[in-house]
Design a protein around this ligand. Sequence first.
Ligand code: FMN
Length: 370
Amino acid sequence: MSFNTFGHLFRVTTFGESHGPAIGCVVDGCPPNLRFTLEEVQAALDRRRPGQSRFTTQRREPDAVEVLSGTLPHPDGGLVTTGTPIALLIQNVDQRSKDYADIAGAYRPGHADFTYDIKYGIRDHRGGGRSSARETATRVAAGAIAAKVLPGVVVRGALVQIGDIAIDRNRWDWAEVDNNPFFCPDPGTVPAWTDYLDAIRKKGSSIGAVVELVAEGVPAGLGAPLYGKLDGDLASALMGINAVKGVEIGEGFNAARLTGEENADEMRRGNEGHPHFLANHAGGILGGISTGAPIVARFAVKPTSSILTPRQTVDKFGEETELFTKGRHDPCVGIRAVPVGEAMMACVLADHLLRHRGQVGDGTHWPFPR
Ligand SMILES: Cc1cc2nc3c(=O)[nH]c(=O)nc-3n(C[C@H](O)[C@H](O)[C@H](O)COP(=O)(O)O)c2cc1C
């Protein structure tokens, strides 16, 4: 049994470990004749790259991406997809495997060390091996290709909460997201997060966070009921990101507090080929199918497990012991999860766009003739 592939028509297979020579992915099923540039894929990777501020791990990885297959140079510049598997490779250059020698036999609390051992009976302990979030760089590269399958769709993410400090949503400005080290859309919250995270970092501790994703321009009709619902596939893709412990679509858990009057989005005629929704509590998905309204998803990221205080644990021989974390870690992994979430959303939407086209062609047109 192997599960390193996701998607049905836009299929992404990833490979590689944190301290192996390289990580990468193969994107299969991408339509031919889509133009993209290496710089676009690199720009996506650079947003996730470690070591860009004091609030992310100091591991120095340039994350330089190579395209090995599936493209030809386009006569006007850049590359063009050929419809064959696109292989993307990222070399690992800053492994410090000796930092992990102590954990070869002992299990780091909050990590996948025990679970990989109990499942496989063997594990790559160096930086967490395959369970390391280093692998998420490959998803970001795949997401940059997925974006090309989605013309007119804009997928964006932002960090909306660190610990107990949430942004003021009235000050939300997408243009601010890349102007601070947190992907924060509210400049007013940045100073509070800076002080808070500095204190956490100096203590050698860590903290959780909430990421919000919004996809605009998604056509109505994407989603494959009943067992390939768009919200179900999105939830699965986002939950599959390392350290993600909760996913919400639209109102999410808050829907439990609302009445039917408050929650059901009323509809007016609109003029863009689909109705105008007077609100978007549904997060752009009804019955597992996109409505044409923005798709809104949120996910909660747990605090980084690797913290600097000694932790009680056991080793593979059943002995109790204590572990001191060495190595370099993010004090709040939610920050770098933002571009990863965007990429996963783009991959799911690209897959569903192709699946929708495969089943119903160009689809229907609303309003229907009488
Ligand atoms: C972008 C990103 C970076 C991460 N970096 C770290 C890290 O530096 N230290 C750490 O303890 N966990 C880190 N994690 C989380 C672990 O990979 C994850 O908690 C661990 O593999 C166990 O899996 P689980 O939390 O999904 O159950 C990171 C997660 C993401 C999304």
